[in-house]
Design a protein around this ligand. Structure first.
Ligand SMILES: Nc1nc2c(ncn2[C@@H]2O[C@H](COP(=O)(O)OP(=O)(O)OP(=O)(O)O)[C@@H](O)[C@H]2O)c(=O)[nH]1
Ligand SMILES: [Mg+2]
Length: 365
C-alpha cells in the first residue's frame, strides 16, 4: 500500500489556512407520510426550485410512467363499467371499453406501455371520455383508487398522443409509487440540505427506521383530500385516520421526540373542491363546522393534538405540491426554520416564534 503523504515534496505543502474548505453543515430531512400523500411530488419540486430542473432527457424518462398511469386508470374504469353492465350511448363505445379492458388486463403487463398505448387505444379512450357513463364513473374515480393526476391527464389526451414529449407539469402530476429511497437536495449558504423521500404504503414503512440515523428534521406530508377516502392497502380504513395514527407513532416515537417537525398539509386544491360536496362530519362525527376554513383548522388540530411533547416545535404549512410557486414558499420558510433549529447561532437566528396553526399566508382554501 502506498503512503501518499510521504510522496509529497516540501514545495507542495499548502498552508493550512489556505487549504481549509469553508465549513459545510449537513441537514438531513426525512420526508414521511402515508402513501399517495405527495412526498415524491414535493421531492421532484426540489429539483425544479433549487437545482437545474428537468432536462429533455429526464423528461423523456417519465413518458412510460405517464402512459402506464393512463393505461391502469382507464382499465380499472372500463372493467368497472362492463362489470356493472351499464348502458353505453353507442355500441361503438361499448366495443372501445371492451378493447381497453382487455388490453389493460394484468396479463398485458409484459407489454411495454408504448405497445399498449397505441393509436387504437388512444382513439378508443378519447372517444370514451365523451361517453356519459364514463363521465359519471370518472367523477367517482377516487372510490377505485385512481391516482390524483388522472383529471389532469384525461382532460388532455390529445396532447399525450405520439409524438409526445412530457412537460415538467406532467412530471409533477404523474404517479409512481415509491418503493426504495430517493435522496437529493441542495447547497445553500453553507448548508447542505439532504432530503430523503421514502415510500409511504404500509410495506414500505418497515424500511424507514434504517434511515433515521442522523436526521435533523421531519417533514410529515398529509393529503388533505384523504378525509373521505379508504386506504389503498385494505379498502376499509379511512386514509386520514391512518395518517393521524402514523403521525402519532412517528412524532412521539424515540427518533423524533426532540426533532423539528414540519407538518405539510398537501393537496389543498383537491380539498377545496371536495369540501364543497363532501362533509368532514361523515368521517369525524365531532366536527360541526361548515366552512372550508373551519374544516382545515379542525384537521390541523386533529394532527397537532396527538403530539405528546413541546407543541411549539411543530410548524404547519399548506400547499398544492404540483404548484411550484406555492411549494417554493413552503420550502423557503421551512429552510429558514431548519437553519434556526439546526444552527441556533447563525446570524439572524431567533428562537421559534411562529405560533401553531398559522397557515402560510398565500395559501387559501
Ligand atoms: N392535484 C394535486 N395532486 C397532487 C398533489 N400532491 C400530489 N399529487 C398527486 O398525487 C399523486 C401521488 O403523489 P406522490 O408524490 O407520488 O405520493 P407519495 O407520497 O410519494 O406516494 P408513495 O410513494 O406511495 O408514498 C401524484 O399523481 C401527484 O401528482 C397536490 O397537492 N395536488
Ligand atoms: Mg413517493
Amino acid at each position: 500500500m502506498g503512503n501518499f503523504s510521504s510522496r509529497r515534496s516540501k514545495n507542495e505543502i499548502i498552508h493550512p489556512q489556505k487549504r481549509r474548505k469553508p465549513d459545510i453543515v449537513d441537514v438531513k430531512v426525512m420526508l414521511m407520510g402515508t402513501g399517495d400523500s405527495g412526498k415524491s411530488t414535493l421531492f421532484k419540486q426540489l429539483k425544479v426550485i433549487y437545482e437545474q430542473g428537468y432536462s429533455e432527457d429526464d423528461l423523456g424518462k417519465y413518458k412510460s410512467v405517464i402512459y402506464y398511469n393512463i393505461i391502469e386508470s382507464s382499465g380499472i374504469l372500463c372493467r368497472e363499467l362492463l362489470k356493472n353492465k351499464v348502458k353505453f350511448e353507442s355500441e361503438q363505445n361499448e366495443e372501445a371499453a371492451k378493447r381497453i379492458a382487455e388490453r389493460t388486463q394484468l396479463s398485458s403487463g409484459r407489454l411495454s406501455a408504448h405497445h399498449i398505448y397505441d393509436n387504437q387505444f388512444a382513439t378508443d379512450l378519447e372517444g370514451l371520455m365523451e361517453e356519459s357513463v364514463m363521465k359519471e364513473i370518472f367523477e367517482r374515480r377516487r372510490e377505485f383508487h385512481i391516482f390524483d393526476g388522472a383529471d389532469y391527464f384525461f382532460k388532455d389526451l390529445q396532447r399525450i398522443r405520439e409524438p409526445y414529449e412530457p412537460s415538467v407539469a406532467d412530471i409533477l402530476h404523474c404517479r409512481r409509487k415509491s418503493t426504495g429511497v430517493n435522496e437529493g437536495g441542495f447547497l445553500r449558504d453553507g448548508v447542505r440540505f439532504r432530503f430523503i423521500d421514502v415510500g409511504g404504503q404500509r410495506p414500505e414503512r418497515k424500511k424507514w427506521i434504517n434511515l433515521f440515523d442522523g436526521t435533523n428534521a421531519l417533514v410529515y406530508v398529509v393529503s388533505l383530500s384523504d378525509y373521505d377516502q379508504k386506504c389503498y392497502e385494505d379498502d376499509t380504513t379511512n386514509r386520514m385516520e391512518e395518517a393521524i395514527d402514523l403521525f402519532d407513532e412517528v412524532c412521539n416515537g424515540r427518533w423524533f421526540q426532540d426533532k423539528l417537525i414540519i407538518l405539510v398539509f398537501n393537496k389543498v386544491d383537491i380539498f377545496a373542491e371536495k369540501i364543497k360536496n363532501s362533509s368532514l362530519n361523515k368521517t369525524f362525527s365531532d366536527y360541526y363546522g361548515d366552512s372550508p376554513e373551519e374544516a382545515l383548522a379542525f384537521i390541523t388540530e386533529k394532527f397537532l393534538e396527538v403530539n405528546k411533547y413541546d407543541p411549539r416545535r411543530i410548524f404547519c404549512r399548506y400547499t398544492d405540491a404540483t404548484d411550484t410557486e406555492q411549494v417554493t414558499e413552503v420550502f423557503e420558510s421551512s429552510r429558514k426554520i431548519l437553519i434556526r433549529s439546526v444552527l441556533p447561532n447563525s446570524p439572524g437566528s431567533k428562537p421559534y416564534t411562529i405560533p401553531l396553526n398559522q397557515p402560510n399566508k398565500k395559501t387559501t382554501v
